[in-house]
Design a binder for this molecule. Structure first.
Ligand SMILES: [Zn+2]
Length: 88
């Protein structure tokens, strides 16, 4: 487990991302960069793309996906893969 200088535990996935971005290991509160989040895009039954972006972008994605009826809940996921298949 990794900990921030303030003593907060940092999620291993965050460490991974911070390493990729060459950023110091800090928790969200201590990070000096803009807050980032993750958004799971479901493009097919088996394809899952996780998008990491600034919170503004992520919030927009969530808003857009909610509007289109393609969230991350189980039932909606089914609907999305169904419609994606039929739109091709
Ligand atoms: Zn911290």
């Amino acid at each position: 487990m990794a900990f921030c200088k303030c003593g907060v535990e940092i999620h291993p996935k965050r460490i991974e991302i911070l390493d990729k971005m060459n950023k110091p290991h800090t928790c969200l509160n201590c990070s000096t960069t803009q807050k980032v989040g993750g958004f799971m895009s479901t493009e097919g039954k088996t394809e899952r793309t996780i998008i990491i972006a600034e919170m503004d972008t992520i919030n927009n994605l969530h808003k857009l996906s909610a509007r289109a009826g393609t969230g991350v809940s189980k039932g909606v996921k089914m609907n999305q893969s169904y419609s994606a298949k039929h739109n091709r």
